[in-house]
Every structure is written in structure tokens, then in C-alpha cells.
Design a protein around this ligand. Sequence first.
Ligand SMILES: [Zn+2]
Length: 309
Amino acid sequence: MSVAVWSRFRSTALSITFDDNSPGQFNTALPLLDKRGLKATFFVVPEWMKPDQWDRARFAASNGHEIGSHTLSHLVLARETADKQDEQMRLSRRIIDSLVPSQRCLTLAYPYGVHDSVTRAVARRYYLAAREAATWDNPSAPPDRFAISGRGPSRDMEVGVVDSWIASATGKGAWMVEVFHGIEDEGSDPISAAWFERHLDHLMAQGSRIWIAPFATVAEYAAERQAARITPGAATDSTLAFTVKDGLPDSLYGQPLSLSCPAPRGWRNARAKQGNLHKWCEFEPGPEGGLIRFEAVPDRGAVVISRRK
Ligand SMILES: [Zn+2]
């Protein structure tokens, strides 16, 4: 029995994130993402958001994108008192939760990427992960989910440079976090729509090698994987059962984990159910019976794998 490093056994995770709600992010980048079915994270600064941007943020969230916090007013947190930092992180979350009610505001990007131990301690009160600005690759078991690295293109950077970062990180089990600012606008380090579209097409061409998911989704998966305890249940000739627990608050951590187990001899196919719900399940034939890969959400009861003809 084993837990996949990333969802559905993809070897690398990648999150596309945007900071500062510059106008092109919702106007230009969002439609390009939606055209390809890619889900991203928009770290917004509530004090900088215009009414029409809240409309677009709600639309994006209803379509599976994440609206995260970039704090209330984009101060250098580590230069502020603990109380002021608390206010910046708490109020931004509260405003996003009230104005984007179809989701929960779960993650944070530190303004300018700056944080210290006080900042991180405050962030832990309100969020489940936070992004800094540093290198790029995070290990599959990040040592601190409140210091996740992200990286983005600088002005006039060739799109091929970012492709080369992806090539060197792919297959290492890493979690890559991309950081974008201006898209066809005056935001910092702006890139053109053509640049962004070319980059998204490069990502799409990686196929199933990379798991592309919002920042919170990947953070939740990593936390659940690191905490997962799997207990086998009673098996019959035609069924296997497992219970997956992670001990994390179920209201915040509900991503399905991807698991695998050896198939009993003679099995040729399988399906998985958790409660009444059919779960993703793949059967890989092998000389000793093969391998069953399936998904289960921790703490939601036993998952039962059934033999299929
Ligand atoms: Zn910023």
C-alpha cells in the first residue's frame, strides 16, 4: 500500500499564481486559463480591488480557481508589529470570505515575499500555507508550508527560460510555484498575452507528467499525504477495503489522496467506492496480479475496491 507523491501519480506539481490583482490578470489571463481548463490562484489585495474585480474574482472562484490573500494593504509585514500583521492577515481573509462566498480563503502570499518568524506564526492562525518569493522548487514534503517558494518571469524574459526551469524540475517530485504580476498591463514585470498563452501551451504539452492545481489544493494534498495513516479492512474474494485517516480538520482538508495496492492474483480490473461515491480507479496488469491505483478522501469512511470482469 502506498500514497502517491502527487495526485494520480503525476511526478511533479505546479501552481500558477498571480499577485496584486493587476487588471490583466482577470481580463486577459483568466480567459486564457479557462480556455485550457487550467485552475490558478489569484492572491488579491482587498484594498486595491475594484468592484468589477470582485465580480471577476467571484466568477473565477465559481469556476474552480482559488482566490487567496496578499494581505489587506500590501505592507512589508516583518516591519510591522505583531498586532498590525495580525490585522493585515485576518481582515484580508475576512473580506475575501465575505465577498467570494463560494470558496474559503485558505492561503496567503507575503507582500514582497518578506516574512520572519513572527509573520509565519501569525499566518498559521489564519491560513494553511503561505508563499514567499525565492527559488522555485519545493520538495514534495515541504519542511515549512509557510515558506513555500515561488518564482516568476522578470520583464522581457524569454518564455523559453521558464520552459527550461520546468524541464529541470519535472520528474524530481518537486512542487513548482509560478508567480505572475502584470499581464498586458502596467503591473510589475509585465508579460504579454502572447507570452502567457505560449507558456500555457507549453504546460499543456507536458500532459500527465505535471499536476497543475491551485496553491491551496497542492498544499492540502501535501499535508494529507504527510499525515496519512492507512489501515486495511476485511477482504473477501472479490473486495479489498482500506481506511485512510489524516487527523487534520476535515472542514479544511478534503482533497482525495491517490493510493495504490497490489491486485490479488486473477484480478483483471477493479473499481473503487467510498460510501456511495465511485472514485477514480485504474488497473495496471502485471505478472503477479497487477497494481490498483485509486483515490480516497481521508476521514470519510472505508474505501472498497471491487473486482471487475
Ligand atoms: Zn505583491
